[in-house]
Design a protein around this ligand. Structure first.
Ligand SMILES: [Zn+2]
Length: 158
């Protein structure tokens, strides 16, 4: 039968360090300010880290080809008075490529988009914010190997 060494109640006990002594106490007693629990910090640390990741989203700017690229290319080409064939020749691409670009069937590569940007004097590549928090979280927790031994070492340092 598990009896709390502090209050004498019977229930689930946790290993705690009470004023330097190792004791088995109930959850209620382990929550008292002067009790340092061994089991509890493992949970607390993870919750703290999760909170940190949720409140501080990791955002990175990434280059992306704009969604309305086909419209932009078509308008700019027509403005220059060029046929699809002409544009294809000028930027050394196949007519079929220009046709697919303008009919929204082919998203240009960065190389092709940059070539079109320069030749047609338009913007096809734009920066977007990408939230990397979720990725970071999964990586972080894979490498997260906090053991009770580690926590005790940390406590000794403090
Ligand atoms: Zn107790």
């Amino acid at each position: 039968m598990a009896i709390c060494e502090m209050c004498g109640r019977v229930g689930d006990l946790v290993d705690s360090i009470v004023e330097g002594a190792n004791m088995q106490v109930c959850l209620e007693c382990s929550s008292y300010g002067h009790v340092v629990t061994i089991n509890q910090p493992v949970v607390d640390k993870k919750i703290e880290r999760e909170k940190e990741l949720k409140t501080k989203p990791i955002v990175e700017m990434i280059d992306c080809v704009v969604d309305d690229y086909s419209e932009k290319i078509k308008k700019a080409r027509e403005k220059k008075g060029l046929k699809q064939e002409d544009l294809a020749k000028d930027i050394a691409e196949k007519v079929s490529v220009i046709h697919q670009l303008e009919s929204n069937k082919l998203k240009p590569s960065f190389k092709l988009a940059k070539k079109l940007e320069v030749f047609l004097n338009i913007t096809l590549i734009s920066q977007f914010e990408q939230n990397l928090s979720k990725k970071e979280e999964s990586i972080d927790f894979k490498n997260d190997a906090v053991t009770i031994g580690d926590l005790l070492k940390e406590d000794e340092i403090k």
